[in-house]
Write a protein that binds this ligand. Sequence first.
Ligand code: CTP
Length: 398
Amino acid sequence: MANVIVGVTGGIAAYKAAELVSLLGKQGHAVRCIMTDAAQQFITPLTLQTLSGNPVYTSLFQIQESPEWQVEHIGLARWADCMLIVPATADFIGKVAHGFADDLLSTCVMAATAPVFFAPAMNDQMYANPLVQRNIAILRDAGYGFIDPVEGNLACGTSGKGKMASPQQIAAVLETLRKQDLQGMRIVVTAGPTREAVDPVRYITNHSSGKMGYAIARQAANRGADVVLVSGPSSQAVPANVTVVPVQSARDMFAAVQEQYSSADVVIKAAAVADYRPKTAAAQKIKKSDGDMVLELERNPDILAWLGEHKQNQILMGFAAETNDVQQNALGKLQRKHLDFIAANDVTQQHSGFGKDTNQITVYGADGSVTALPVLAKEDAADRLLDLVLQLYQARNK
Ligand code: CTP
């Protein structure tokens, strides 16, 4: 988790800085806030102090009150892993672009060696003004990051591009700073449902959205792993720096995973693979008749069981989506499929299961370990699963 400075300048979007500070705290980051004089016209230091749990810095000349650092702007700048300017007014952007450093926040930005991101918020005409755009270009060229504003209703009563990005979008830039602790690992992730053709227009499938598998692939790539995502049909956005192999049926997925297996260090099987497929997929559309219809199904290969049988040194993590006897079923799969971990969840629970953004997982390890995770966003749950995989990988490769 990172040390983050949130620098607040004077715009109406300053109130959203409070939400950002709260969000960053919940995500486990340490946050310190710096406010310009103008920012304090919009929200009070007390708000940010309460939400960050740290003193708020408002003046270059605060040193006597806060003896923590000898030279405050340098100390703060050194402490930060990242600085976020939220909101960034046209004035502040212009000031930094031209090298002015006449208050605590601008001196800190000047002294920072950590990445600095600006989240502009202003009237759409101001944002479109060529001077503002030129200043933004100057800062981009100098290596500063921007979290671009979006279209929306603006405080001045108009609507257009100038509304600050959401606190969630701003917090997401920290993902790009995450330490690259999975570098050198090749991870194959499977995600989504499979589709088993009945005829050219019909298929059998399940409710899997692919969210969990995509979250694992995204987080693994963010942490520097070389990631291949073998995905059944899913509407999830393709994560950056991930090689996606799209598949339809369980047999397609089996072939794709087999191809990747020998070069994989880790396989995480989050896909909901259909256990059965229609015995024959009709070449032409099946026409209805008056009577009932019987569809004969045959077993699909169990991909994970095959991986377990042919394991060399790969770490295998399976998923068990259960509706009852979660622990017993999960442990059965762990043993039967020769897994290193099984991530089990009860899909009948409110916070877990198909299409949800959260999950409550308990991970059982082949060494007898049990890790009960709380209800977490799928991204955070993905990170915790990857932490477990990394621990085992490091123990094996000491
Ligand atoms: N799995 C697989 N190939 C299959 C079926 C499942 O690779 N044909 C993988 C899933 O990706 C998941 C794990 O096996 O990681 C558990 O899937 P599940 O269908 O719940 O397990 P089964 O052993 O098939 O048990 P059951 O159907 O009795 O619940």
